[in-house]
Design a protein around this ligand. Structure first.
Ligand code: ASP
Length: 384
């Protein structure tokens, strides 16, 4: 552990846009300093005399506050359990399994935030719950690789510091999101792969399992069906929205949160895509691809990893907001409609004011959200 802890100070200081910093320390000449002093004194003096005369007459003007800030939430959380073609004919028992899994994970994350936990803590707890649930394609229940094994990817990002931890090709770590957090908090590096990732895990106390811990009968059946059709989503000619169901293709899990301090975090975890080639890396652990957070927004993606990472999707959504002044929802819709194609992806996000958005261009996305204003939703299909 000592080895991992050293050199923390070597990490780059994150870029924080001027408009989000506490102060904005530009250098001034002495003359402009003096001029500013006189102007500020006059303004403050004038304002004080007005408010002293009649404080009731000077209410805070809501017109000058952007709409997004008016209903600022103390905390907010959203999660997903994968996007894709979800059959509307799903049987009731199965549907209930999804609702229960989403409900449990949401409740866990919500409790962390209600009790004053950080966005990072809420994201880890939520994703861990989804990883432990075999109905989702992350942790136990992960899809099979072409060799009939499991290779897991995960990432987490703390929007406050813009520090991140990412892993790909894990084979024995029970909860990849916990290890991703350890990478973020105890390593000078951000991204470990394969053997290096396992070796990093050896230096920590994370729980280890045999690779077949991740297998379930259902995933094995899906794998066999995929092999029979020799379907891999990364082969040229693959059609979007074909007759393969979501459980065969996708099912990644993720969470985004805003805590009471106003800090944001995003985390994503996956077994990847059924029948994927040995060593294939998806969008999930690519910072800015499937996972991203800064002081303005936190995003987690799900869907066709190659498409999501090609468009650096999560970071592009954040840039549309920061540099294009789009709302979170507009930025996601632009990404889904103008950069990606129908059937490609779904995103969940939360902005600095606690606004939540969950958008997809697939037929469904297992998703849920809650916030301090009492709203709590659990949804599966696109048009719900
Ligand atoms: N995006 C994931 C991947 O390509 C799959 C998913 O979202 O289910 O690995």
């Amino acid at each position: 552990m000592d080895m991992i802890k050293q050199n923390r100070s070597n990490k780059m200081i994150p870029h924080i846009p001027a408009k989000y910093r506490a102060g904005n320390p530009h250098s001034h000449s002495k003359r402009s300093n003096w001029f500013s002093f006189v102007v500020i004194t006059l303004i403050v003096g004038g304002w004080l005399s007005i408010t002293a005369c009649n404080p009731e007459d000077v209410p805070l003007s809501e017109e000058n506050v952007p709409a997004t800030q008016l209903d600022q939430k103390e905390w907010a959380i959203a999660l997903h359990g994968g996007a894709g073609t979800i059959s509307p004919d799903m049987d009731e028992e199965r549907k209930q399994l999804y609702y229960d899994g989403l409900t449990d994970a949401l409740t866990i994350g919500q409790l962390v935030l209600e009790e004053g936990g950080t966005a990072v803590e809420a994201v880890v707890a939520t994703v861990q719950s989804l990883e432990n649930n075999p109905v989702f394609n992350a942790g136990r229940g992960s899809v099979f690789t072409r060799e009939g094994k499991h290779e897991l990817d995960a990432a987490i990002m703390d929007g406050r510091t813009m520090e991140a931890g990412a892993l790909t090709g894990l084979t024995t770590v029970r909860n990849p999101i916990i290890l991703a957090r350890k990478v973020m908090e105890s390593s000078p590096h951000i991204f470990f792969s394969g053997l290096g990732a396992e070796e990093f895990a050896d230096q920590t106390d994370v729980e280890r399992v045999e690779n077949d811990y991740f297998s379930t009968d259902e995933r094995r059946e899906q794998f066999q069906r995929a092999q029979d059709r020799s379907s891999t989503l990364i082969e040229p000619g693959w059609q979007r929205d074909n007759d393969l169901d979501l459980n065969l293709k996708y099912g990644t899990v993720g969470a985004v949160a805003r805590d009471r301090e106003g800090n944001l975090a995003a985390g994503t975890s996956t077994g990847g895509m059924t029948n994927k080639q040995f060593g294939r890396v998806g969008d999930v652990p690519i910072i800015g691809g499937g996972t991203f957070a800064n002081q303005m927004v936190a995003i987690s993606a799900t869907g066709w990893g190659e498409k999501i990472m090609q468009q650096v999707s999560a970071n592009t959504i954040a840039n549309l907001m920061e540099f294009g002044n789009h709302s979170l929802e507009d930025a996601m819709v632009i990404m889904l409609n103008e950069r990606l194609e129908p059937g490609d992806a779904g995103f969940i996000g939360v902005d600095q004011f606690g606004n939540i958005s969950m958008q997809m261009n697939t037929r469904g996305m297992y998703r849920a959200s809650a916030s301090s204003d009492g709203e709590r939703v659990i949804l599966i299909w696109e048009d719900e």
